[in-house]
Design a protein around this ligand. Structure first.
Ligand SMILES: C[S@@+](CC[C@H](N)C(=O)[O-])C[C@H]1O[C@@H](n2cnc3c(N)ncnc32)[C@H](O)[C@@H]1O
Length: 198
């Protein structure tokens, strides 16, 4: 069974989807895990990599706050260019990990603006939606892939049953966290489809 690292994940959703398939999956995030898992490391992923550089598959969910196209106007209005550069460099860190250490990589983020794409170096390989994976929500999610097949839809939810989940969430200090958790249907598809190619 393969060694899999889910980088920037506190929820454990993707980690546990792979564990259910029998893989040795671990997660790492600055935050503690929501499920108190012994397979979670709380800390800086870059430090973690120094200790454990070799993985069969890495799936990374880096923060999108300054990279998402939906927030591009704030870069100019609030002069957030340095934060944007830092975020894009962090994103690029995953894509440029040595192929010898980590042959297969997927990095997930919403649609990025052109300034981020310029630093990251390339556009995404695929856009997916939760409603293609049995979840009744719309939220365009991009995947940058290395040596992985595109994720195939598992269960299409009809148009009339789809909602924008983020609009349903009331303002709260945890809103960003709730919005950022990976959808179970997408995690299951990653585990069953990518777990097979390992
Ligand atoms: C968009 S959220 C991803 C959440 C994920 N989809 C989940 O279900 O848990 C981005 C995460 O990156 C984490 N993060 C940011 N910088 C990090 C770093 N240097 N090392 C580890 N995690 C980091 C944040 O704490 C945050 O939880």
């Amino acid at each position: 069974m393969a060694n899999i690292l889910i980088a920037c994940e506190f929820s454990g959703i993707v980690r546990e989807a792979f564990r259910k398939q029998g893989h040795k999956a671990f997660s790492c995030d600055l935050l503690p895990s929501d499920d108190n898992s012994p397979y979670h490391c709380q800390g800086d992923i870059k430090e973690f990599f120094k200790l454990f550089p070799d993985w069969d598959l890495i799936i990374a969910h880096p923060p999108c706050t300054r990279l998402a196209n939906s927030g591009v106007r704030w870069l100019q209005e609030r002069n957030l260019w340095n934060e944007m550069r830092e975020g894009a460099e962090f994103f690029k860190f995953f894509l440029t990990l040595s192929e010898k250490n980590c042959p297969r990589i997927a990095v997930e983020n919403p649609i990025s603006h052109k300034y981020a794409v310029e630093i990251i170096g390339r556009k995404y390989d695929q856009i997916i939606q939760p409603w293609q994976y049995g979840e009744p929500y719309s939220k365009a999610t991009c995947l940058w892939l290395r040596n992985l097949p595109k994720l195939q839809p598992t269960k299409i939810i009809p148009v009339e049953e789809r909602e924008q989940k983020c609009h349903l969430l009331p303002p709260s200090k945890d809103r960003w966290k709730l919005r950022s958790v990976t959808y179970q249907g997408i995690a299951d598809a990653m585990a069953s489809q990518w777990g097979k190619v390992l």
